[in-house]
Design a protein. Structure first.
Length: 159
């Protein structure tokens, strides 16, 4: 059952009613982990990591960026580390495998996921954390803000 809805520059955020995440171990001092699956994203990865890190700083959040690398050969690993991300190397190929490994390696009780191609606005992380702190199990955003511009996405990827 829907409990809350908010609109952000990323889109409509929907939050479900329920209990807080079972991930409550704060021994690492990390409240939120931003997990970014990655395969050869050297052109955009630095922007994503930097935006998330800046969001932590501006909002006073204790956070980490976890880049789950799926075998990049373009320097993505080095870029992630240079910009302060923790890299988890994932041997099993595939987006899902990288995402699962990143989530498994995340230290924070709150996990926010986004792609490494700069299609998500990581500066919205504090707004998601606010909703999670309120006790919502899941918070979803819409990066298209209600529309997909003509030519921006292949037809089969729209749904």
């Amino acid at each position: 059952m829907m409990r809350d809805m908010m609109v952000t520059p990323m889109g409509t955020v929907l939050a479900s009613e329920g209990v807080q995440s079972a991930r409550t171990d704060m021994t690492h001092g990390v409240e939120v982990s931003v997990v970014i699956p990655c395969l050869n994203e050297a052109n955009s990865l630095a922007y994503c990591v930097d935006k998330a890190m800046k969001a932590f700083q501006v909002a006073g959040l204790s956070g980490e960026v976890v880049v789950a690398d799926n075998g990049s050969t373009d320097g993505s690993i080095q870029i992630a580390e240079q910009h302060g991300a923790r890299v988890i190397r994932v041997a099993e190929r595939g987006y899902g495998a990288a995402l699962r490994a990143g989530i498994a390696g995340a230290r924070g009780p709150f996990i926010i996921m986004g792609d490494a191609d700069d299609s998500y606005d990581f500066t919205d992380v504090p707004r998601f954390v606010k909703k999670l702190r309120e006790g919502n199990d899941i918070v979803l955003g819409n990066r298209f803000w209600g529309e997909i511009k003509p030519g921006a996405m292949p037809p089969l990827h729209k749904y």
